[in-house]
Design a protein around this ligand. Structure first.
Ligand SMILES: Cc1cc2nc3c(=O)[nH]c(=O)nc-3n(C[C@H](O)[C@H](O)[C@H](O)COP(=O)(O)OP(=O)(O)OC[C@H]3O[C@@H](n4cnc5c(N)ncnc54)[C@H](O)[C@@H]3O)c2cc1C
Length: 382
């Protein structure tokens, strides 16, 4: 897609886009709420390429905003400066511009200064206390220490200065501009969890799922991912490992490779908990498999049998063929969870090369290092 059209829109000047549609990809009985979104970029001049991500500026949960206002005794109309210095009501500033979930170190120190009971919080700011800080913050939001130390008081202006800026979230784009030049599709898992006896909601994923209406606009920008492009040579085959929401860029890759009639082959490893409830984009993927856009398609549903089966197990089961694809020059792509999956997949890749290629572990590690150097091993993990 040409990037010659000049667009005035960027992270600093995001485009006010509209949501065209959303639908749940997981069904009744799933432990997860993963959704497909279609966002219009018509009239924006924005260009994107498969592999790119979309930056989304969310708004905070109004219920949480009201709870904070109430705790601090504010009516909500008090005027404060937003991060760019513009005057806003504190209600709007908390809704749109400041992070009201993860507490800042400044907030913890300010609490410690006002209430002796909160004094230990001051020590969490020290660089050597990093691990203690992480542990303290896990599952805690701004409202928690405010309620824990109910006698602490701030003026609206003081309080705002103790908060960080609300940051945009990135989402892998799940559509190809050749198929959807005026739209961007996303695959988003709605984050919800319990901690310290309260129900918590991820800011952006819940904003998209529950608060963004089709009438309202959402501020977006394109986040280019030059490290995660399709092979420049369309005759090269691609192996894609994308469990969970990691499927998103590969839906875009498959749309693109089909649209361009690329001669290389496509192999997808997809995984989730249950086939019945969590098989994201099942119909599309099975259709692509049937019609030959997907030459190989392996799934791993971890909880459909007693022993947990993940994508890395499927890779090992297919070691011979996977190695043959690599030897022919296939590119290897991974997207999704960085904490566990990406590491397990890399470990499995080394084992595949060892076993099927008859290499020692050292040689297999070097093989993978060469793939990385040649940019044939591309990751987008988060
Ligand atoms: C390049 C890139 C691409 C991405 N692509 C996608 C994508 O395609 N789809 C997708 O769904 N996401 C994707 N993400 C992740 C996405 O950007 C957000 O991080 C995610 O949606 C959560 O944002 P949120 O605002 O809903 O939650 P937040 O408000 O940011 O809350 C998440 C935070 O809550 C805390 N938390 C979560 N669970 C628990 C728990 N059980 N106990 C205690 N604390 C917890 C953690 O601190 C966690 O960081 C991508 C990220 C990157 C960097």
């Amino acid at each position: 897609m040409s990037s010659s059209v000049i667009t005035p829109y960027s992270r600093k000047n995001p485009f006010p886009a509209h949501l065209l549609a959303q639908r749940r990809l997981t069904s009744e009985g799933s432990m997860k709420d993963t959704r497909h979104y279609e966002i219009s970029i018509a009239g924006s001049g924005l260009n994107y390429e498969v592999g790119d991500s979309l930056g989304v500026f969310p708004q905070n949960d109004p219920v949480l905003v009201e709870e904070i206002l109430q705790r601090l005794g504010f009516c909500g109309e008090e005027s404060v400066a937003d991060p760019s210095g513009e005057r806003q009501s504190i209600r709007d500033a908390l809704l749109r511009y400041y992070a009201i979930t993860e507490p800042s170190k400044q907030l913890l120190s300010a609490l410690a200064q006002q209430d002796r009971a909160a004094a230990p919080l001051a020590q969490l700011s020290a660089p050597e206390a990093y691990e203690h800080l992480e542990k303290y913050l896990w599952g805690r939001e701004v409202i928690d220490p405010l309620l824990e130390y109910p006698h602490v008081y701030f003026t609206p202006e003081e309080f705002i200065k103790l908060l960080r800026k609300l940051q945009p979230r990135l989402y892998s784009i799940a559509s190809s501009p050749r198929v959807y030049p005026q739209e961007i599709h996303l695959t988003v898992a709605t984050v919800a969890y319990q901690s310290l006896g309260r129900q918590r909601f991820g800011v952006c994923s819940n904003f998209l799922a529950h608060r963004l209406t089709e009438e309202q606009s959402v501020s977006i920008f394109i986040h280019s991912a030059k490290h995660f492009r399709l092979p420049e040579d369309p005759t090269r085959s691609i192996i894609m490992v994308g469990p969970g929401t990691g499927i998103a860029p590969f839906r875009a890759f498959l749309q693109e490779r089909k649209a361009t009639g690329a001669l290389g082959k496509q192999w997808l490893f997809f995984g989730e908990q249950h086939a019945k409830t969590d098989f994201l984009y099942r119909e599309e993927l099975e259709t692509w498999h049937r019609e030959g856009t997907l030459h190989r398609f392996d799934t791993a549903f971890s909880r459909d049998q007693e022993e947990k089966i993940y994508v890395q197990h499927r890779m090992l089961q297919q070691a011979q063929e996977l190695y043959a694809w690599l030897e022919e020059g296939a590119y290897f792509y991974v997207c999704g969870d960085a904490a566990h999956m990406a590491k397990d997949v890399e470990h499995a890749l080394v084992q595949v090369i060892e076993r099927a290629g008859g290499h020692t572990e050292q040689q297999a590690l070097e093989y993978v290092a060469t793939m990385k150097k040649e940019k044939r091993y591309r990751k987008d993990v988060y």
